[in-house]
Design a protein around this ligand. Structure first.
Ligand code: PBG
Length: 325
């Protein structure tokens, strides 16, 4: 069959009819909202390259969390900017660390919100790399020990899920083992499985104060040119016990999302990262794009590609728009 019998425009003639045949619908349950917590009190510092996103002290974080909860966003992912950094990133597993405090406060005030924590060392190391250095290289296996301690410390504080984003080999297994040994066999791991060495993380590094002091992350994050390698990363993480796998960034990697979706029935997350957010905000401020329309198109494309969950700084505005629609 074909034209003139088939006329696909017939089902596009009214909004109601379009709604009936729409394949992809966004909902608040799709989103995970990233938040940045800092030591101190009364702090709410806007991140310059991420308009509408803030570094928050724990008290302010709770105020924002109230809004997140009222929008019925199921989960947040927390990033911490610590008071002190050292070569070993040891404040990452301090029980009095800012993330640990934020977790306890969040679970006390809003127990229904799922608290996920980013497990990585780049925010906690003086050199800004995601692990322990040996010379100028990140030393894989000693880093695993510290990541596992960090994950256990988050679990003790009450985190509902941990999300390793460092890209060390074997970290999902090391974290799984440590959690199990400490009585947290029920705690899921969301693995940043296919995390690319991307220029799109630029604004985040200002937000998390985690820019590497020398070199870059190409020695551990993935080469943007590789898609089949992503399937290996995902398979390894699943074999090591990942409950949710992730592709990051999202937009330049929609093909990778689709391929991972075809590979595994595990829930798949995609991270719509800081640079992707910043581009939309910048173009919208310049009056070059329709912000709401472009944002919803982007989020829809990530879901259509195969993501079950979208980590996005747009989560709150998207939920407001969805409730108006
Ligand atoms: C930590 C981490 C990064 C992001 C999430 N976890 C930065 C990086 O790897 O440099 C980026 C998130 C974003 O850009 O929104 N390793």
């Amino acid at each position: 069959m074909g034209f003139p019998v088939d006329r696909l425009r017939r089902l596009r003639r009214s909004e109601t009819m379009r709604r009936m045949v729409r394949e992809t619908a966004l909902a608040p349950d799709d989103f995970v909202y990233p938040m940045f917590v800092v030591p101190g009190k009364g702090l709410r510092r806007e991140i310059s390259a991420m308009p509408g996103q803030y570094q928050l002290s724990v008290d302010q974080f709770l105020r924002e969390l109230e809004d997140v909860a009222s929008l019925r966003i199921p989960a947040v992912i927390l990033f911490g900017v610590p008071e002190v950094k050292d070569a070993a990133g040891s404040s990452a597993y301090s029980d009095e660390g800012v993330v640990q405090q934020a977790i306890r406060a969040a679970k006390r005030e809003f127990p229904q919100v799922v608290v996920i924590t980013d497990v990585c060392l780049c925010e906690y190391t003086s050199h800004g790399h995601c692990g322990i250095l040996r010379g100028e290289e990140v030393d894989n296996d000693p880093t695993l020990v510290v990541l596992a301690r960090e994950a256990v410390s988050h679990a003790r504080a009450g985190a509902d899920m941990v999300a390793p984003s460092d890209m060390m080999d074997g970290r999902v297994g090391a974290i799984r083992q440590a959690l199990d040994a400490e009585g947290f066999s029920h705690l899921p791991v969301m693995a940043y499985s296919a995390k690319y060495a991307s220029g799109f993380y630029g604004p985040f590094r200002e937000a998390a104060e985690s820019t590497p002091q020398f070199g870059d992350r190409q020695g551990y994050q993935m080469d943007p040119a590789n898609a089949r390698e992503a399937l290996q990363e995902v398979a390894l993480d699943i074999a090591e016990g990942a409950d949710i796998v992730m592709v990051k960034p999202a937009l330049s990697y929609l093909d990778v999302i689709t391929r991972v979706h075809a590979l595994t029935p595990k829930p798949l997350a995609a991270y719509n990262v800081s640079g992707e957010y910043a581009m939309v905000k910048a173009a919208a401020r310049a009056g070059w794009i329709d912000e709401r329309r472009v944002t919803m198109e982007i989020l829809t494309s990530i879901k259509r590609a195969g993501a079950d969950l979208i980590l996005t700084y747009h989560a709150r505005e998207a939920c407001r728009w969805l409730s108006e629609a």
